[in-house]
Write a protein that binds this ligand. Structure first.
Ligand SMILES: NC(=O)C1=CN([C@@H]2O[C@H](COP(=O)(O)OP(=O)(O)OC[C@H]3O[C@@H](n4cnc5c(N)ncnc54)[C@H](OP(=O)(O)O)[C@@H]3O)[C@@H](O)[C@H]2O)C=CC1
Ligand SMILES: O=C1OC[C@@H](O)[C@H](O)[C@H]1O
Length: 399
């Protein structure tokens, strides 16, 4: 039997959808995956058919791929097996529900929703309908992330004591987002550094201190947070302090700091010159990753016995390097490299092949828990999005 073809529908033909779809079309054999292949069945713009058509041309989609000028048409297409939702945060709840109600499996860009209540509704709906649902925290599926997990599981670092994670980009919001409408600073689109970038810092912290633990020993963290607000009301930087209660056998409580920001970057020279963006401190050593934490390509291990291991993690290709944001915020990727989003697509494909309904490296309950942490952080700082954006009603009303 040949590889299973996974037929994707792309909902929202924006920047990241283009990068993701180009990655989908990189041959899985270049990364050793032989049991599945990805294909683009259709793409939809909310209202602009020409945009959808242009998207298919840009990504080099197969001639059979259809372009639609409404999301309803996409979710009604029987050729579409799984929908990748790539709209702004503010619209994920509504768009994922649209897909689930139409009986489609869903991979939704991060954060899956604006708040935990919305996420719980999506999870309930997916489970009731026996559909696959996953938040696109693609970083968890990179080989470098598997390496970090292996280092920790092998106990080379000893019990983990603390974690520091920074996902920040250096830009001048006054210049780059001058009119305040960009999704990074726009309250109507659930903008802000915490939901957009802080989610990666939190994801790393959870991956290290929570996900790998036995379910009976996992405990939700206590948190204390500080947000600095931009003039639009969204957060331009966020600092979340976390205490993970852990048993003596696990090394006792572990502390973490999740930073995010859009003004002072984690990687000012774009070459890692400022040092690591992730530091995982154990009793016997430390593992470090270099920015950007959503797509790290260098690790550094230092152990108290004198071991030092520096590794590079290029993405297989051929592909398009860093796609739409090549050069933005110091992110560069070599031409001829994939972006790395195909690893999460493979996880989704593998789930569809094996009839799994969640991702293996971040289950839906954990996705909800991380949203609860971000809810608390926002509450402590008084950051509330407009009613329409926080709404748990469906259909969501007009803006
Ligand atoms: N994984 C990663 O590395 C990255 C993830 N992201 C995530 O992807 C999502 C989209 O980000 P990005 O691609 O940068 O966004 P873009 O603004 O480039 O694209 C969003 C798309 O959503 C559609 N859309 C539907 N409703 C709206 C609306 N009210 N306002 C604006 N657009 C709307 C638009 O297409 P149309 O209306 O034609 O359908 C638009 O093209 C976000 O959740 C973000 O966090 C973003 C960048 C990197
Ligand atoms: O997920 C993301 O990663 C890259 C960032 O530049 C972008 O704003 C964010 O959405």
């Amino acid at each position: 039997m040949g590889p299973k073809i996974i037929n994707w529908g792309i909902l929202g033909p924006g920047g990241i959808a283009k990068t993701f779809t180009k990655d989908l079309l990189v041959d899985p054999k270049t990364r050793g995956v032989t049991h599945l292949q990805h294909s683009v069945a259709a793409v939809a713009s909310s209202s602009n058919l020409a945009r959808a058509e242009e998207f298919l041309k840009d990504v080099g989609a197969p001639a059979s791929a259809k372009a639609y000028g409404s999301y309803q048409e996409l979710v009604s297409d029987t050729a579409v097996e799984i929908v990748y939702v790539a709209t702004p945060h503010s619209h994920h709840f509504e768009h994922v529900l649209l897909c689930l109600k139409a009986g489609k499996n869903v991979l939704c860009e991060k954060p899956i929703t604006v708040n935990a209540e919305q996420a719980k509704i999506l999870v309930k709906s997916a489970r009731e309908k026996n559909l696959f649902l996953m938040e696109g925290v693609w970083t968890r599926y990179l080989p470098i992330s598997a390496y970090v997990r292996e280092i920790i599981a092998s106990n080379r670092l000893g019990p983990i004591q603390r974690v520091l994670a920074d996902t920040s980009i250096a830009t001048s919001p006054e210049t780059s987002f001058a009119d305040g409408t960009h999704r990074l600073v726009n309250l109507d689109l659930a903008g802000g550094s915490l939901l957009d970038l802080g989610i990666y810092s939190l994801s790393w912290i959870f991956d290290v201190l929570y996900t790998g633990e036995r379910p009976e020993t996992r405990k939700a963290p206590e948190i204390q947070s500080f947000l600095k607000l931009y003039h639009t009301g969204s957060d331009e930087s966020a600092t979340v302090l976390l205490n993970f209660p852990r048993s003596a056998e696990q090394g006792g409580d572990a502390h973490a700091i999740a930073f995010s920001g859009i003004r002072a970057g984690s990687d000012p020279d774009g070459k890692g010159g400022a040092g690591p963006a992730l530091r995982v401190f154990g009793e016997k050593g430390e593992i470090q990753l270099f920015a950007p934490l959503y797509r790290p390509t260098r690790s550094h291990l230092v152990l108290s016995d004198g071991t030092v291991e520096d590794k590079k993690w290029p993405q297989p290709g051929p592909g398009i390097g860093s796609g739409w944001y090549n050069g933005f915020a110091g992110v560069t990727g070599a031409e001829g490299e994939g972006h790395g989003m195909f690893w999460e697509a493979d996880e989704v494909g593998d789930a569809l092949v094996n009839d799994r309904k969640e991702g293996r490296l971040e289950g839906l309950d954990e996705t909800v828990l991380i949203l609860e942490v971000m809810d608390t952080a926002r509450k402590q700082a008084g950051l509330v999005y407009p009613d329409r954006v926080e709404s748990v009603e469906y259909p969501v009303g007009p803006k």
